[in-house]
Ligand binder design. Structure first.
Ligand code: ZN
Length: 341
């Protein structure tokens, strides 16, 4: 059966240019758009993104942060060591956040079951009051806040980017309405995401971190998902699932040191889709984060979209190396007070 999937795009998001030689290059999104336009995947429809309102962004970001971004509108500037803007960058960041708002509205009104926000700049490192790691606004956090504003009370965010999603964790650390599950290379940029980071205040137990050593492959990721994410989600029963879908754990990626394949990503996507179908009325949205090898990125994004539209995932065996098993053991211990794993 073919399922409908909306793909949120905008040509201006390909114009954000952080500078010559920067890994987060305009070519990433150009490659994806070109591939999906020239060889469309049956069951998908493109939606042109519209910019987010300041109100939607202000649910996550502080006024002075928004002001800081506004000052970079229409010009080149360097906002931190690795985050720069070009003429169209601020427009692109508003469009990315706007696409995040749109996919939530479309999922909640039943216009679509699943969506993929194919946006740049990425978002998951941006914190309430600062840009960071190529990210201006935290797109997935703005999307989750939109869902909260519509009365959704249990949102699951899965972040499989090779880097820890510090910004998203930061936004919801004390929030029991948004459960943030993160798996990432560790130690690695940005340095956060230890097992012991489990949330604070009312949000204790609603942050789940699974740091992994370098060299982990499909089987490790699948086992971590099977033994940590799935049981947590079965207890939590999310009403909506959002994924920070970075593809920089791909074996070809120049920044990450993991060995995940496009088939592995298809399986991770399949597991999350299965959770959405069991608990969230099928409502699932993916948000593009990292992924810096163009071939690995294109193949992985296409594999995930195919799964979203109903293709059966490859079903690689979930079997971990020593490092993967250890990570699961540590996650179990850290989460024992909150979840039975
Ligand atoms: Zn990343």
């Amino acid at each position: 059966m073919t399922l409908d999937t909306r793909l949120y795009i905008h040509p201006t998001m390909t114009l954000h240019d952080p500078g010559h030689g920067h890994p987060e290059s305009p070519q990433r999104l150009k490659t994806l758009y070109q591939s999906l336009e020239e060889s469309p995947i049956s069951g998908t429809a493109f939606v042109q993104a519209t910019p987010a309102s300041k109100e939607a962004i202000a649910r996550i970001h502080q006024e002075h942060h928004i002001q800081h971004i506004e000052e970079a509108r229409g010009r080149q500037s360097s906002l931190d060591a690795d985050t720069s803007t070009s003429e169209k960058s601020v427009e692109a960041a508003y469009l990315a956040a706007g696409a995040g708002v749109q996919v939530i509205d479309d999922l909640l009104s039943g216009q679509t079951k699943t969506g993929f926000v194919l946006s740049r700049p990425p978002g998951h490192h941006a914190e309430a009051d600062r840009v960071m790691g190529f990210c201006l606004f935290n797109t997935i956090a703005v999307a989750a806040a939109q869902a909260r504003s519509k009365g959704i009370e249990r949102i699951l965010i899965v972040d499989w980017d090779v880097h820890h999603g510090n910004g998203t964790q930061h936004s919801f650390y004390e929030d029991p309405y948004v459960l943030v599950f993160n798996t990432h290379q560790f130690p690695f940029y940005p340095g956060t995401g230890r097992h012991s980071e489990v949330g604070g205040g009312d949000g204790r137990g609603f942050t789940v971190n699974c740091p992994l050593p370098a060299g982990m492959a499909d089987g490790d990721y699948l086992k971590v998902f099977e033994e940590v994410l799935v049981p947590v989600a079965e207890s939590y029963k999310p009403q909506l699932i959002l994924v920070s879908a970075g593809f920089d754990a791909h074996i070809r990626d120049p920044l990450g040191a993991m060995n995940v394949s496009e088939d592995g990503y298809a399986d991770l996507c399949g597991m999350v889709l299965n959770l959405a179908q069991r608990f969230s009325d099928g409502r699932l949205a993916l948000f593009l984060e990292g992924g810096y090898d163009l071939q690995g990125l294109e193949k992985s994004v296409r594999s995930c979209i195919q799964v979203l539209t109903g293709k059966t995932p490859p079903q690689i065996k979930a079997s971990a190396q020593k490092g993967g098993d250890k990570a699961i053991e540590f996650a179990r211990a850290a989460q024992a007070p909150y979840w039975s794993l």
